[in-house]
Design a protein around this ligand. Structure first.
Ligand code: FRU
Length: 334
């Protein structure tokens, strides 16, 4: 294989960003070097580069598997490479600038937080089409955004909880990363609904970073305080599981089991917990990977997307439709 100057510079720059030793278990980068998340690379094909937020949590692992499967279908058209940002905005900015050295034909970014805006804008200003997946950034310096409607998901989650509580009770909201639109939109959508129910009181819980363990720790300390609550609304399923586990292990449980509602619907574990009456509902947070990559393929063929926003649908999952959901989604993460 010929290694052109740019490729050498890119490999060197990649080494500087460091995707190795302190990899927090990121599944992709550690074993096979810089192209370990790439489809078998073919010289002379354009590069489609993907800066993922992380490759460790269940939703992202499924996202990665599906975007790679989609990339396989396009392997005669472009080389696809992915690097995770390990949930660190600075790291992700390094990943983007390293990709930019290699002049990608399309850049996909699933932002860690809005802090990566600057780097995304640099790419866009350099005339590289930028496709944002899932989380967004402020402003309009990107080509298209593909993702779920988090405000709508929040509204529907609020409606589900308010109805189950018959319009009366306390909702503890366990929040995702505070400078991520997915978290603020999920909060704002739910608050919009709760305002219509004067009997619903909301306790704004901590930013638990979308992580199970952080939510479990937070819930443990909340339970210790002995303050009453009737429902937990967590901004993702991992935090709903963590909160439920804290509740489940707590000696002085409230007599009536509170509701536990999450978002993502990508794990069999979650659907099984819903069937077992542990969690009460989740909302599918659609995987934007395949659609995002199809748009990239269109761009390479010369067709720029007409719309700036592609919204993918959600779906409520409860005990009532859990079996159907499992049957319709045989490839859920564990
Ligand atoms: C995964 C995740 C999902 C969540 C999404 C929001 O990193 O936290 O659980 O739905 O990101 O951006």
């Amino acid at each position: 294989m010929k290694l052109g100057l740019l490729s050498i510079a890119a490999v060197a720059a990649w080494a500087l960003v460091g995707c190795g030793s302190d990899d927090k278990g990121a599944s992709s980068a550690s074993t096979a070097g810089p192209t370990s998340s790439a489809t078998a690379s073919t010289d002379n094909l354009p590069l489609v580069a993907f800066a993922q937020a992380n490759s460790t949590d269940p939703w992202r692992q499924q996202f990665d598997a599906e975007i790679k499967a989609e990339a396989e279908k396009h392997k005669a058209e472009f080389n696809f490479e992915e690097q995770p940002g390990e949930d660190d905005a600075n790291k992700q900015m390094g990943v983007i600038s390293t990709f930019m050295v290699r002049s990608p034909k399309v850049l996909l970014v699933s932002p860690v937080t809005i802090a990566v805006q600057k780097e995304v804008e640099k790419a866009f200003d350099a005339k590289v089409p930028v496709i944002l997946l899932d989380r967004g950034i402020p402003g309009d310096k990107y080509t298209v955004h593909v993702g779920g409607d988090n405000v709508e998901i929040g509204r529907q989650a609020g409606e589900f909880i308010a109805k189950q509580l018959k319009g009366k009770g306390t909702v503890l909201m366990i929040q995702g990363i505070s400078n991520v639109d997915a978290a603020t939109d999920r909060k704002n959508g739910a608050m919009e609904t709760f305002k219509k129910y004067p009997g619903i009181k909301v306790v704004l819980g901590d930013d638990c970073k979308f992580q199970r363990q952080a939510a479990q720790n937070y819930m443990e300390s909340y339970l210790q305080k002995g303050e009453p609550f009737d429902a937990v609304y967590a901004h993702n399923d991992e935090m709903a599981i963590g909160a439920f586990q804290a509740y489940d292990h707590f000696a002085n449980k409230p007599k009536v089991k509170p509701l536990f509602v999450g978002i993502d619907g990508c794990q069999k574990e979650v659907i099984d917990m819903i069937k077992a009456g542990k969690l009460d509902a989740t909302f599918r947070y659609p995987d934007p990977g395949p659609k995002g990559l199809q748009i990239a393929a269109d761009i390479i063929k010369g067709n720029m997307p007409k719309d700036k926003k592609v919204v993918l649908p959600t779906e409520l999952v409860t005990k009532e439709n859990a079996d159907k959901y499992l049957a319709e989604n045989p490839n859920l993460a564990k």
